[in-house]
Design a protein around this ligand. Structure first.
Ligand code: FES
Ligand code: FE
Length: 366
């Protein structure tokens, strides 16, 4: 077997036609992790997020269920909510001609509505988008016939961790947001995924991470082996920037989950990082071939957040890792359009699993 495999050609990271095809066949077809449930904790709280080429409005109805709609007024097409987040009492009211929709998307009011008896309020309700909550996040799917959530989303976790039970022990849906950082990365979303999948770069660019997880110096990512978590080095007390103690450990973790870091990639836009006292979840929002916004959440036990524990050392470790990673991705992006990369580059053995991501993508774009 060859020790070198090809990467994707450079054009995959720059060509607007490839990006458009990805939006259509990846992000608008698959389950997309849109919003943290606690960001829309109360009925009427909402967030708008970009999913593929669409703006999606995610909110909660009076029954407490997450609801998602295309963020487009059905009258003459004005964008319904212009803000990235906000709250309404009972209805979303379009600022153009004042059509109003309730939290389930039904058209409930419009000026002169009585003079339009033929206006079907259901037909002219907001266009719904499939939504469901898992791990404390609202996942949406723009496809009319979404793929199996169990196979595509939960299946990715099973494939990495060996089973779903080991993920459930972290109780991610019950954790609280301790910190959120938004990174505006000038790089294609695939560079970010590929980087996350490998650890060949860890020894070069992640001194703090390798200090905590010495096996990463060898270049093989934790996710290279099914069910494997990278072990904290001797003398390391917690997953923190200096290896000092972290905060309260999540109760109920198994022995083999203590003092270990597990990583999962959930295609197409989520990275999950599990350590004994917190969970770090990345959501990517690809905005252009060369631009991706990454929203990264640090989640802790509710009492840890409520009691105002100092999370600085805890957050700083992965914040540094993120900045180191994104800087590397940004250094690759301009070179993707170079003649030197027209045929792509190579994957060395510790990166060979990235080829399965490339095959999967090519398959979807075919
Ligand atoms: Fe929204 Fe007219 S476009 S009410
Ligand atoms: Fe990295």
């Amino acid at each position: 077997m060859t020790s070198l495999l090809p990467t994707l050609p450079g054009a995959y990271y720059t060509d607007p036609a490839v990006f458009a095809a990805e939006q259509e066949r990846v992000f608008e077809q698959m389950w997309f992790c849109a919003v943290r449930g606690e960001d829309i904790a109360a009925a009427g709280r909402y967030r708008t997020v970009r999913v593929g080429r669409e703006s999606v409005l995610v909110t909660r109805n009076s029954g407490g269920e997450a609801r998602a709609f295309l963020n487009v007024c059905r009258h003459r097409g004005a964008q319904l909510c212009a803000d990235e987040e906000g709250a309404v009492k009972r209805t979303f009211r379009c600022t153009y001609h004042a059509w109003s929709y309730d939290l389930d998307g039904r058209l409930v009011a419009a000026p002169n509505l009585v003079k339009m008896p033929d206006l079907d309020r259901v037909e002219y309700g907001l266009r719904p988008v499939h939504a469901r909550e898992w791990l404390g996040y609202v996942w949406v799917c723009l496809s009319e016939t979404p793929p199996s959530f169990a196979e595509t989303v939960q299946g990715a976790c099973v494939e990495r961790l060996g089973d779903l039970a080991s993920l459930e022990r972290y109780g991610i849906e019950d954790l609280s947001l301790g910190r959120r950082i938004r990174y505006d990365v000038r790089a294609n979303w695939k560079l970010i995924i590929e980087n996350f999948m490998e650890c060949y770069h860890c020894a070069t660019i992640h001194p703090e991470l390798v200090h905590v997880l010495p096996e990463f110096a060898g270049g093989y990512a934790a996710q290279y082996y099914v069910g494997h978590g990278a072990e904290f080095g001797p003398g390391i007390e917690g997953f923190t920037v200096d290896g000092g103690a972290g905060v309260t450990t999540i109760a109920g973790l198994a022995q083999e989950q203590d003092r270990r870091y597990f990583a999962v990639t959930i295609r197409p836009q989520v990275f999950l990082n599990l350590v004994p006292d917190h969970v770090i979840l990345h959501r990517m929002y690809p905005l252009a071939p060369d631009r991706t916004v990454v929203e990264c959440d640090w989640l802790y036990l509710p009492e840890v957040v409520a009691q105002g524990h100092d999370l600085t050392n805890s957050v700083e470790l992965f914040d540094r890792v993120n900045r180191q990673d994104f800087e590397a991705c940004e250094r690759c992006q301009p070179a993707m359009s170079s003649r030197a990369y027209a045929d792509g580059g190579v994957l060395v053995p510790s990166e060979h699993h990235i080829a399965t991501f490339h095959e999967w993508l090519r398959d979807r774009l075919r």
